[in-house]
Design a binder for this molecule. Structure first.
Ligand code: SF4
Length: 341
């Protein structure tokens, strides 16, 4: 897949007071990306689009470069203690994107340039919990890889955590541009996770993302560089031929992962589910979608704050769970399946 080149960029003027802000500005100029200024990275006006679909697509090609204010990090329970605020959104258009309901109608990409402030705050959080280990999640509101070639944010963050005795970092990506991160001194303190699915599912629903094989090849490189790796297989669908499709995914991983990586490997497995709100959003943005979202075929599971979900029927869930756990334990007996939901 080609690198992501924004169609337009907005800078907060203060971002240019930081070396990283200047560096990104120059790179964007070299790429002939039109640059404007914006008063606030939270309220960006000037992204075109007359309909919800157009505004969404234009926002996905808009980069906003800002300075993060405030010191508090959001919590990230249960997977980590804190979200590490590095960037927001991503240029891909997965129909079931888990950020679609939280990022609003114009999910533009945003990167922060005051990394030292962010790292200082992370150090304070780590000190508060010492001698316990503190985990930070770098992809709670973004896929951080597509803008990495412009910002180097992940590289810096991985090396920062490499130096932390009691701080650990994890993030997840659906992307494959990982080469610049292979030489980062991670010290085993970053878990590099890939979000994967069966090739047929990716081709159908994950627009503007690398293929299954491209992601698996990237995972092989990352594992070869000594990172602890992990995989989120999500959302798992139940369709005609699903077993062969997911079997191929496991076989592709088997072909790429070096022996050393297999002793410290994690899997997170999430079956397909949707909320009413997510369904309405998806139908607005992808009116022709053929995602299986028929409520009557699903079981309604009451959730917190009235956001119930439609999940597969118990017998389907059981079948998926048994199949996935059996395949994974046969091929990767030392891997840890963190959860299946
Ligand atoms: Fe959303 Fe991840 Fe797809 Fe980007 S790659 S659209 S963040 S699901």
């Amino acid at each position: 897949m080609n690198v992501f080149v924004p169609k337009r960029a907005f800078f907060e003027p203060k971002a240019l007071d930081y070396p990283l802000g200047k560096e990104i500005y120059e790179k964007l100029q070299d790429l002939a990306v039109p640059i404007q200024f914006t008063g606030s990275h939270n309220r960006v006006t000037g992204i075109p689009g007359n309909t919800a679909r157009e505004a969404f697509r234009e926002a996905k090609r808009t980069l906003v470069v800002g300075v993060r204010k405030g010191t508090k990090f959001a919590s990230c329970k249960p997977s980590a203690h804190y979200q590490l605020p590095l960037n927001t959104s991503c240029p891909s258009m997965c129909e079931y994107c888990y950020l679609a309901t939280t990022l609003g109608k114009k999910p533009y990409l945003r990167v922060y340039v005051n990394t030292e402030d962010i790292f200082t705050q992370a150090e304070a959080y780590i000190a508060e919990r010492a001698p316990a280990i503190t985990w930070f999640e770098g992809a709670a509101t973004s896929d951080p890889i597509p803008t990495e070639y412009l910002t180097g944010l992940l590289f810096k963050t991985i090396e920062f955590f490499g130096r932390q005795e009691l701080g650990r970092f994890r993030f997840v990506t659906k992307h494959d541009k990982v080469d610049s991160l292979l030489r980062a001194r991670h010290n085993g303190h970053t878990r590099f996770r890939f979000s994967l699915n069966a090739a047929a599912v990716i081709e159908k629903y994950e627009h503007v993302t690398p293929s299954m094989l491209e992601r698996v090849a990237a995972a092989g490189k990352v594992a070869g560089a000594g990172y602890p790796v992990g995989f989120i297989i999500a959302p798992i669908f139940y369709f005609s031929g699903w077993q062969q499709e997911y079997d191929r995914l496991v076989a592709a991983l088997d072909a790429q992962l070096p022996a050393a990586a297999r002793t410290d490997l994690t899997f997170e497995l999430i079956s397909h589910r949707f909320t009413k709100r997510a369904k309405n959003n998806i139908l607005d943005l992808f009116p022709e979608t053929d995602l299986p979202m028929t409520e009557s075929e699903r079981k309604y599971k009451y959730g917190q704050f009235g956001y119930g979900k439609y999940v597969y029927q118990p017998e389907v869930l059981k079948e998926i769970k048994e199949f996935m756990l059996e395949r994974l334990s046969a091929v990767f007996p030392q891997a840890k399946v963190e959860y299946f939901v």
